[in-house]
Design a protein around this ligand. Sequence first.
Ligand code: SF4
Ligand code: SF4
Ligand code: SF4
Length: 318
Amino acid sequence: MPVKVAEEWLGSCSGCEISILNLGETLLAVLPQLEFVHIPVLMDHKYFGQTGQGDVHHLEIPPATVGIVSGNIRNQEQLEVAEAMRASCDVLIALGTCATHGGIPALINSYSDADLFERYYRGCETTDAGPDPDDPALPKMLERTFALDEKVKVDLYLPGCPPHPDQIAEAIVALLEGRAPQLPSRSVCDTCPTKREGKGAVKQVRRFLQPPQFDPKKPLSEMRCLLEQGLLCMGPVTRAGCSGAGDDAPRCLSARVPCRGCYGPVKHDGNQMLDMLNALASNGIDIKGVVDRPGLLRFSGGHGRLMNPSRRVSACQK
Ligand code: SF4
Ligand code: SF4
Ligand code: SF4
């Protein structure tokens, strides 16, 4: 009998769903064993009854063995959908770094709602200035952006922005075979072939976008480690996996640019900012030269890692 699968996207860009489609032939091979009972990105399925006649008054997601959720939680509707997925699914998978760690949208946690509305509705060059929206039908915003496991229990994490299809395939096949999935647990550096010559070569880091030195005619293994070249490469504090199951180099390094940390911390509860500052200091690099420290959490600002000072004060007062 096929395994029932439900998929939902919360605060998501749909890149994670495209990664599911990018399974390609693997998806075709496993599809006969899967029955998608709910996947809004691909098929119409109403939350409150299928007739549109108001016949169901609670948010309804069909029961499934496996639930996959991408995106983070920023408003009441997303919270209720996440809770309904948890209630309907035996196993819940957080798909993508937005779901596992807050992802790029959690950068907003550095700002107050007032900053946010000012920027969106009056401060954007391409938008006519207008008042804050006050339609009561809009879902209420929560106080900040949450990773999925801050609100519901998660059984399996597949980080990545987006996650490599190989890890999605491994998770699905392992669940079908009734075994634990084999997922990457090392750092991006551990899978990077660049040449390392030793610590202490540089004392200051440069910004991501400054070009590294390399000979384009030579393989990546002939390029010196970008951190040793003084570029802020987050490979030491980022979970491996972006190169898939084979021996390929990490995606950004293949393009000769530094890792920006999109797989989140190496350990689920790691802190990419603190870990990176530690890594820099242990390489003899002056961390005072890192001009945008919160930017080190650009993919993992959930779990209270990024917090606007005003929110911090009100959280302490509660
Ligand atoms: S993790 Fe990346 S690809 Fe997935 S929803 Fe978030 S921003 Fe999009
Ligand atoms: S710091 Fe960057 S360039 Fe150096 S080994 Fe790690 S991932 Fe590769
Ligand atoms: S190298 Fe780093 S930023 Fe680039 S895809 Fe891999 S984990 Fe993401």
